[in-house]
Design a protein around this ligand. Structure first.
Ligand code: ADP
Length: 413
């Protein structure tokens, strides 16, 4: 019988020995004899054979599980060499508490997993709904934007997240769209207005001719006046068509050497009588041989439009100066006058279609405010720049720069 060495006054040790001494067997390996056995293990009827003993005594300490009426018992086999002999100590412990814990854990899991999944699904649904709410709001706000209400904007929450970025971008695009639609509306309104005026004049004159003209001479005068109106109308319609074609990308700009010095000089000669009829002095000073690469008809249009405006907006006794020079790699065309000038707030807008800085002062029938839009478009097409300086009452200066033709091209001229 084994003797357990412990302190019987220590309740912890007593409890430990009670558990440890519940299942045990001691064998002498060589003889195969069982030297001692606890009552509870005896009740299970387990007994190692000689072969088992030798097997367990040689190997590392091992465990075996034993299924009994009292539940599962886990046995540990440990060989104990002592005084030239070899013993095998078998100590067991009930696996029931462990199994009970495991079972209750599995039961808990069986509850916890479905309820956890359900909870997670509900939480995700709630969170997704909360996270997507701003998207839904944005969508609703976007859906309310129609062409007639382009001044509306999407709400920006100030959270600086992706949705805010999206709303800002969308609002920017809306602003551009609003501007474009506004311009389009204004353009349409302006066209109708600009066409109505000369048509009304023509109609009025025709009525006068029918009702009042009583001599060939009178008819002639009315027809001559009508011819002028027709002339202005067709000029405006031509400008409109050219602008529409240019902006829709239908116009091709030629790339040929253009001697802007010669061209400007010859145009200035043609314009001189027009200037003289208004008592405006036209002075032209062109550095010879300035050659750029571009489209002759469009360059001519640029010069004519700017010079025409300079003469038109200069009072009798005033001057218009036209110069052509070279600067670095550019041909520089300057058209200056000491005319009425343009107010500061009008300067950024003069290249807009139909814009006239002071429609009451300018001769309305004379221009539709399309000339500078075409000039700007043509300059852009030539990779050039146009710049304007003006002081009301003192005069205006337009500076156009267009890249010179390459050296090789110039020699071909
Ligand atoms: P318009 O057919 O009226 O001349 P433009 O597009 O050529 O149209 O010019 C737009 C407006 O710019 C003119 O109506 C005028 O108010 C202003 N402007 C252009 N050139 C001059 C200038 N040299 N002096 C004063 N105002 C000018």
């Amino acid at each position: 019988m084994p003797v357990f060495d412990y302190d019987p006054s220590d309740p912890d040790e007593v409890a430990f020995i009670k558990t440890a001494a519940r299942y045990y067997q001691v064998y002498e390996v060589h003889s195969g004899m069982m030297l001692a056995e606890s009552d509870e293990l005896r009740a299970t009827g387990i007994q190692y054979s000689q072969q088992d003993l030798e097997h367990y005594a040689q190997g590392q300490p091992s465990f075996i599980d034993l299924q009994t009426d009292q539940g599962k018992i886990r046995l540990r086999n440990e060989s104990l060499p002592a005084e030239g002999d070899l013993f095998l100590l078998v100590v067991g412990a009930s696996a029931r508490p462990m199994e009970d814990t495991l079972n209750s854990f599995l039961k808990a899991l069986a509850w916890l997993i479905p309820s956890g999944v359900l909870l997670a699904a509900m939480a995700s649904w709630f969170m997704a709904g909360k996270a997507l709410q701003p998207v839904a709001e944005l969508g609703k706000a976007a859906g309310e934007i129609v062409v007639s209400r382009l001044d509306r904007r999407l709400p920006v929450r100030g959270t600086h997240d992706e949705l805010d970025q999206l709303a800002i971008q969308f609002n920017d695009t809306l602003a551009k769209l609003e501007k474009a639609v506004g311009e389009m509306k204004q353009f349409t309104a302006s066209i109708s207005h600009e066409l109505r005026t000369p048509l009304a004049v023509l109609r009025g004159e025709a009525e006068v001719a029918l009702m009042e003209a009583n001599s060939t001479d009178h008819y002639r005068r009315i027809l001559a006046s009508q011819l002028e109106e027709f002339e202005k109308l067709s000029r405006m319609i031509n400008q409109l068509l050219t602008l529409a074609r240019a902006e829709s990308g239908e116009v091709n700009i030629a790339r040929e050497p253009v001697n802007i010095s010669n061209m400007t000089r010859s145009l200035a000669e043609q314009l001189e009588p027009v200037a003289a009829s208004k008592d405006v002095t036209l002075l032209c000073n062109c550095e010879p041989g300035v050659i750029l690469s571009g489209d002759a008809s469009w360059i001519e249009r640029i010069i004519l439009n700017l010079a025409d405006n300079a003469i038109k907006f200069t009072l009798p006794g005033g001057h218009v100066w036209i110069t052509v020079t070279k600067s670095m790699n550019d041909a520089v065309l300057e058209i200056a006058d000491d005319g009425i000038g343009i107010a500061a707030e009008g300067i950024p807008r003069i290249f807009e279609r139909f814009y006239r800085a002071d429609p009451s002062r300018a001769n309305r029938a004379d221009g539709a405010g399309l000339g500078l839009s075409l000039v700007k478009w043509a300059v852009d097409q030539h990779q050039g720049s146009i710049h304007v300086e003006s002081t009301p009452g003192s005069g205006t200066r337009f500076i156009v720069k267009i890249p010179l033709a390459a050296e090789g091209v110039v020699h071909q001229l």
